[in-house]
Every structure is written in structure tokens, then in C-alpha cells.
Design a protein around this ligand. Sequence first.
Ligand code: FMN
Length: 367
Amino acid sequence: MTEKALLKPIKIGPYELPNRVFMAPMTRSRADNPENAATPLIAEYYAQRASAGLLITEGSQVSKQAVGYINTPGIYSGAQIEGWRQVTRAVHDRDGHIFCQLWHCGRMSHPDFHDGRLPVAPSAINPNDKSFTRKGFKDTVTPHALTTDEIHDTTQDFRRAAENAITAGFDGVEIHSANGYLFHQFFTNCSNVRTDEYGGSHENKARFFFETLDAVGRAIGFGKVGIRLNPSAHGFFGVTLDKATIPTFEHIVERLNDYHELAYAHFTEPLAPVDNVLDAVKEIAKHFRPRYRGTLVINCRFKHDSGNRVLDEGCADAVAFGKAFISNPDLVERIRRGAPWAKWDEDTFYVPGSKGYTDYPCFEEHP
Ligand SMILES: Cc1cc2nc3c(=O)[nH]c(=O)nc-3n(C[C@H](O)[C@H](O)[C@H](O)COP(=O)(O)O)c2cc1C
């Protein structure tokens, strides 16, 4: 009986999806060309995984300023639209559905990516982390605090990127508002000490996010837009959680209920243990399910049994699997058959080429 929960169809936005096994967005750093455009190899990788109910791509930068890592694909230039078009075609040829994750790294970047100019953020506060540049890991710097006009321009970058995604054939987009990147930087006091309408109150800290959601939704239709939140993130990507953080997320989620057509809200359980973090929510799905009336996607460390259970308990509507999808292109079929899951190789997460990328076999191919 529980087997069925993950394999039940689900409707998100205008789409009837065949199952609730989504692929979580994962940076794989294979856009190793001067245009940072998706390649035939990237198309093959996503096509291999097209039986997922929904594929969510790796973070894709919405502008040059949004970049924070080497070899990540963009969705702001003509070449990038053409690159992604091969991916969406390959996935649609296999009857899959694919959303493009729209990404701005904000202060989690380095001047090396910006011809020496500073990365941007809500406030001029160094995350005191490392940035992986062409010359290896470098210390992050104190970023430039965005002006009001620059915030508005960034919203337009997201709107244009969403339109580009539709032009490239994507079924929709996921706004990356998690994991310590630009929107998350606005949500938390550790990175946002603004005194204007973009800082201070929960409403102000969420303003840039909702202005962007509005712009993107109006441009491509809210049914083609998902969003991602990681409310209990703490101690990585420059994020420090404090007593205001969870109330800010509760405010955001409460307001998301007004977006009746939104495709989904995608939550991550704590990526790192938060047992000793006083103000963190330990169980994200359980905490936010009663607060959110839309389609709730949950992620982080789910397996076959726990994935079915979280759905059966009514705490989520779909489960996004990350690393399991790296090493199991046929994850849905393995769930259907109760077959074992192959282990992933962390050493090949971010290196160029097909090794550890498109060479994981399907279950049938094992002796
Ligand atoms: C190699 C790798 C790259 C990732 N890149 C992204 C990304 O681009 N965008 C994002 O929102 N999360 C990213 N994540 C986080 C995953 O989406 C997911 O939250 C995490 O892997 C936990 O889920 P899992 O336990 O099912 O793997 C990445 C994770 C991994 C392992």
C-alpha cells in the first residue's frame, strides 16, 4: 500500500505528472564552455532521468552578476537558451517534465567572477566563507549592498530569465530562494541589516522575494512557478539562524497561501543537524504542512520507505530526491520494483565529463 504513495500521479500547475518522485536541483558544473551553455552531455543526463515526476535543473544563473561557481549554466543569453533547448527536447521526447531553477548567488561569490567588481548582497557583510573560483578556493569578500534600483533590476533579471526558460522549452521555473543565496540573504539578519523597505520586519525582508515572484508569475503564469525554501539552514553557506529567522519563514509561507495557482513550494529538511540550534525547526514538513495549503514538495535524505511515509502521513505532496538521482537514473523504476539503490560518488559531483554523470547504469544492466 505504501509503495503506491510515491508512484501516484499528481497535478501541478497545468501538468499531470505520472508520479511524486521529483529530482531535486543539483549543480553538476558540466557547462564548461565560454558561454556557460548547456551541452549535449547535459541533455543526455537529464533525459536519462526523465521518468521522474518532475526534473528540477541545477541552479542556473539569471545574469552574469548572479554567478558564484565555475562551469554552472546560465539562462540569460541566446546561446544559453539554445543550449537548454536541447535539454528540454530530450526530456520531452521521453515524456518528462522539467523546470529550470533560477539562481542568484549574491554574496556567495567572488570578484574573480565579476571582472574584479564586488559580488552583491542585501548588506555589506562578508559571509566569511570560501568561493570556488578558476584558481581554486578563495576567501569571500565584503559584498556591495544593492541599491533600491539595483534590487528592482535584479527582479527584472529573474523575470527575463523565466521568459527565457519558457522560450527554451522548459515547463516552468523554480525560484531558488534557499541555501544562503540572494533571496535567503534578504530573509536573515546575518546578511540583511538594511533600514529601508527591504530590511527590518518580516514583510520587508520578504519584499524582494515577493516582488520577484509577482514579476515572474505575471510573465509566465504562476502555475509554471515553484519556489524553494530552507528555513532551518544554519552554519553553512554563510547562514546563521536566529530567533527571527523561523518567524520570517512562517510569514513567507503564510503569504504563499495567497498564490493559489503556484505550482509548488519546495522545502528542505535541515541539511545539517540542528538538534542544538535553539531556534531551528527540527522537522520542516511537519511544521510547515499545517501552514501551507498549496502543493508541498519535501526534500533531504529521503529513501524509498521514508519517502512513501512522509506522503502517507500527509506531510507532503511530493518528494524531491537529490543524490539518489545522481547514481540511479532509473530511480522511479527502482522504487516500482523495490530494487536496491546504487551509491553515488562524491568525487565526481562537480568535475567535467561523463564520469559519475551519465555513466550510472540502470538496474536492468546489473548482472
Ligand atoms: C552535488 C549537489 C549539488 C547541489 N546543487 C543544488 C542547486 O543547484 N540548487 C539547490 O537548490 N540545491 C542544490 N543541492 C541541494 C539538493 O537539492 C538537496 O537539497 C540535497 O542534496 C539534499 O537532498 P538529498 O539528501 O536527497 O540528496 C545540491 C546538492 C548536491 C549533492
